[in-house]
Ligand binder design. Sequence first.
Ligand code: SF4
Length: 445
Amino acid sequence: MNVFIKTYGCQMNERDSEAIAGMLTKEGCQIVDHESKADVLIFNTCSVREQAERKAIGKVGFMKKLKKDNPNLVIGIMGCMAQNHGEELLKTLSHVDFVIGTGQLHKLPEVLTSILEERSQLALLDEGCEVLTSMGSHYKMPDSKPCQAFIAVTRGCNRFCSYCIVPHVRGREISREINDVVEEAKELVSSGVKEIMLLGQNVAAYGLNGDTKPPPKGTSPFADLLKELNEIDGLVRIRFTSPYPSYFNDKLIDAMATLSKVCHNVHLPLQSGSDRILKKMNRQYTAEKYLEIANKMKQRIPDITFSTDVIVGFPGETEEDFIKTRDIMNNVGFDNAFIFKYSPREGTPAAIMEDQVQQEDKERRNQLLLQDLEERTAEHNENLVGTVQEVLVEGPSRRNAERWSGKTSTAKVVMFPPDEETERGKLVKVKINRCTPVSLFGDLI
Ligand code: SF4
């Protein structure tokens, strides 16, 4: 049976799609690269923004024609949008055979068998813990990087930020056993993986059993996990995303500074630089605390780079609040930022807050932050011209096959002409001789 999987949204969804593909290929299915070649179409969806849902619904709607031409075609919607809208999707998109929510993804093979036998619509939407332990299979999707792999270490979120739909569609936070994660990492390394990215909606809350209080002083189960993974022979780099700032205590910062395989780049979601807005967002830190964490990391790891998420135009955000966000962003000096214009998500407290911000203010604030970001990144990259960087080789550049590209531990993209020994997954030294705001260019030494 040929299966086509289309993935929307975050890296967690990409990882889920890989795991789904792994499960299905074990059952004898083939993954194909175009919907026209498929017997089964799976849409692994996102609900974080309304636009992501609209896009997926539009695409699935378009599949009606394929189903008309081939009535045996099986079409399913999985993931966050399936969880969010459930059986309603089966009514509005009557050509869809099944919806599977985020807690039941591991049941896909059974669901497919049942659909093929009975040909009646099916919805599986319960929350479940088994999904965490049953989703360890890996499959290299055609567009994934050969030496890198994602490992999901937590699922769900208990923080309930007032704008966010994730806790409503991904359920309560659960963590995998440390040995389970380490075994998965070892298997990946034995298959040629050099870099792992640990994933979780709130990854640094790993091992806290859903407790929303940051770990007691001197403890960090997430740091313990990093330490275990750092011991794996053949593994070169460890990254993780996305951590909530309050979990960065001294123990975790110390682990990042001392464990040789943990990369010197951290995604530290800021969301706003105004304490008033942070409070309305139900973020449990102040701007001062955020800066204190970032500065501690800079002291312990001098070459560290930061990326972040920021929302502009959150309900009630004044010009003064926005300036505070702008200031803190320039102060930390992010190398990358995902800047979102606030859009209400039904079912979240922020969606019904009064004083929604005008679209034109959101646009203007977004542009200003993007300009600042470009300036900061250009400055940082200029400072690296003339230095020698250690680069993990990823492969030929997509735009210019005569160049190869790779990344530094600090997540900088480096382009260089290869020599006869250049190969994927190798660490090489590159002398940087020029840059743009997004990339560094150099020569092998
Ligand atoms: S911590 Fe992240 S995933 Fe959890 S509610 Fe807040 S924004 Fe959403």
